[in-house]
Design a protein around this ligand. Structure first.
Ligand code: MG
Length: 389
């Protein structure tokens, strides 16, 4: 059994929204296809993956380094000697040949797209949905009845108003979401507080609303926000300071009594270890948001969970960044505390499919083989392009 070809395409994200730091209208995502020599229903079985959302496509790193290494390897190098399926950890090891440790840069999301495509490929070979396959491999039972999901929206738009925000959050609530997230830090504190109050009203409760500063605040400004936000008792306050500024985060954690969420811009197990050692986060209180698609894939993410659990955090506090099908399957398989959702934004990757049932704030992945990306109509032309090449 072998991989005969690896294809990658850089896909532009659709939409014109922004957070306090990033305008997403120029963003791209790498979608990868691993073509195997195995056939089902007369067609080669193809594993699909992508590098989540937010760190751009990594076409050059894949084309110049990762893909040649994988295609030059002996077929047995990529297989698990016991199960004879493709071994995601071996795929990472080969893709990372001759790469120095540390300084993860953009390569961690390049590797992640390929590693996640390996899980999709294995699940399809076993004719299982990815959540069931991942749970089987790890000896776990997938969470029954779906996992909690929150609608991440409330971005800043060129044409924006509190009325637009109110409509947006109300629409998510009517669709069956129970929790929501909006951006802060892109306007003055007074304007942001007015947005927060609008969101609370539309959400029917402050405990249903999280805010995300995308790491834009100095410690002084973060403290001003934390003081102002404390009285609302929000769901959480996300990335108040630079993701790697553990001292500021730790200072803030001493003052802010609500939950702090962070981790989407940490890309390795050792980064997670450092966050937990030095970031002042409170076990059983704060939220960890590392995202497998940005951080070398599920193999590395499992090490992060292990580190978090060893420090007293529970899986319920692990809620990955990235509201898409891949993370939905992973969160379900690993019994995590929930998953982000991007209803209507970050197309063609964001959000789920009609086959995934949303009810009472929880969502159940469909039983399509693999991550079920083929069921997402927005991805169909890209998948066709990758398969036809
Ligand atoms: Mg965020």
């Amino acid at each position: 059994m072998r991989i005969t070809a690896i294809r990658e395409v850089a896909v532009p994200l659709q939409g014109y929204m922004a957070n306090a730091v990033v305008d997403f209208s120029h963003h791209t995502v790498s979608m990868v296809a691993l073509i195997s020599d195995q056939f089902r229903h007369g067609k080669p079985v193809i594993g699909l993956g992508f590098n989540s959302i937010g760190r751009f496509a990594q076409s050059g790193i894949m084309r110049d380094r990762m893909i040649p290494r994988l295609l030059a390897s002996k077929p047995a190098q990529l297989l698990d000697p016991n199960t004879h399926t493709f071994a995601p950890s071996a795929v990472v090891q080969v893709a990372m040949q001759n790469e120095k440790p540390g300084g993860h840069g953009d390569r961690c999301s390049a590797v992640a797209a390929i590693e996640l495509a390996t899980w999709d490929l294995n699940a399809k070979l076993m004719e299982q949905p990815a959540y069931a396959h991942i749970a089987d491999v790890l000896g776990r039972t997938p969470t029954p009845g779906g996992i909690p999901v929150y609608a991440a929206g409330g971005y800043y738009y060129a044409e924006d108003s509190n009325a637009r925000l109110h409509d947006e959050i109300s629409r998510y609530r009517e669709d069956g979401y129970h929790a929501f997230k909006i951006k802060v830090g892109g306007q003055s504190l007074a304007e942001d507080l007015s947005r927060v109050e609008t969101a609370i009203e539309a959400a029917h409760g402050a405990s249903r609303v999280a805010v995300d500063a995308n790491g834009c605040f100095s410690i002084t400004r973060a403290q001003q926000y934390s003081q102002a936000l404390s009285s609302y008792q929000l769901k959480w306050f996300e990335e108040p300071c630079d993701p790697l500024d553990y001292r500021s985060l730790s200072q803030l954690a001493q003052d802010y009594t609500g939950s702090i969420a962070t981790g989407e811009n940490l890309f390795s197990a050792i980064d997670t270890q450092n966050l937990i050692r030095y970031g002042g986060l409170r076990a059983a209180h704060d939220v960890l948001q590392m995202d497998p698609g940005l951080s070398y894939g599920l193999t590395e993410y499992l090490k992060m969970i292990e580190i978090a659990e060893a420090a007293g955090f529970t899986r319920r506090q692990c809620i990955p960044h990235g509201g898409h099908l891949i993370n939905l399957h992973i969160a379900t398989a690993l019994n995590l505390g929930g998953c982000e959702a991007y209803p209507g934004v970050f197309q063609p990757f964001g959000g789920y499919t009609p086959a995934c049932i949303l009810s009472e704030g929880r969502i159940v992945p469909s039983d399509a083989p693999g991550f079920g990306l083929e069921q997402k109509s927005e991805l169909a032309p890209i998948i066709r392009q990758l398969g036809d090449n």
